[in-house]
Design a protein around this ligand. Structure first.
Ligand code: GRF
Length: 200
């Protein structure tokens, strides 16, 4: 029996290197998903150029000037228009409301640059995560892909991979090592998500 590919909507706010990893993976015929839309809350970010170069429909929904309900309603409509089955957050810097998450229950993935449940939660994003890991003198860090639930960074982890923390690491050197791993595991986590769906 052949299964249809999952339609992915990717939400971004920036450079979109994780988006690129998903684009690259989806170019392989055996990848179980294709990206049908990319939505950014910021205009002019390089992630939008990546979508453009890959001929993927893309849109900007600016959070400024809209209240949270209007902002999320516009995103929801775009995802529906593009028949999205799975939403992938890839450097998306807005926290989604419990209402939005309920509409997409079990169908939103996020990538976090640490080994959850450690170093997650509100305020734990970007360089803050890597600073905290170094301050805590952890010997390893890593990346985690998890299902998004109403609690920030609390949903079940689908896949994670660790990297060593080196004694002379700065937040930037650690971030770069973790980012490489993010690019590796996000497509694998999408594969795993698709596998679980088809084995239901
Ligand atoms: C990544 O570190 C991701 O874990 C975090 O934001 C960064 C996004 O990078 N949530 P990019 O936009 O995918 O290059």
């Amino acid at each position: 029996m052949t299964h249809h590919k999952l339609n992915i909507g990717v939400l971004i706010s920036g450079g979109g290197s994780n988006l690129q990893a998903l684009i690259d993976a989806s170019e392989h015929s055996d990848f179980p998903a294709k990206i049908t839309c990319v939505i950014s809350n910021k205009d002019g970010v390089y992630g939008l150029t990546r979508a453009d170069l890959a001929c993927i429909p893309h849109a900007v929904v600016p959070h400024k000037g809209l209240n949270r309900e209007e902002f999320e309603q516009q995103i929801h409509q775009l995802l529906c228009q593009h028949k999205v089955d799975l939403v992938c957050l890839a450097g998306f810097m807005r926290i989604l409301s419990a209402d939005f998450i309920a509409k997409w229950e079990g169908k939103i993935l996020n990538i976090h640059p640490a080994l959850l449940p450690k170093f997650g939660g509100e305020g734990m994003y970007g360089h803050h995560v890597h600073e905290a890991v170094i301050t805590a003198k952890e010997s390893e860090s890593g990346a985690s892909v998890h299902i998004v639930t109403a609690g920030c960074d609390e949903g079940p982890v689908i896949l994670q991979k660790s990297v060593p923390v080196e004694p002379d690491d700065t937040p930037d050197t650690l971030a770069a090592r973790v980012l490489d791993i993010e690019h590796e595991i996000y497509p694998l986590a999408v594969k795993e998500f698709a596998r679980r769906l088809t084995s239901l």
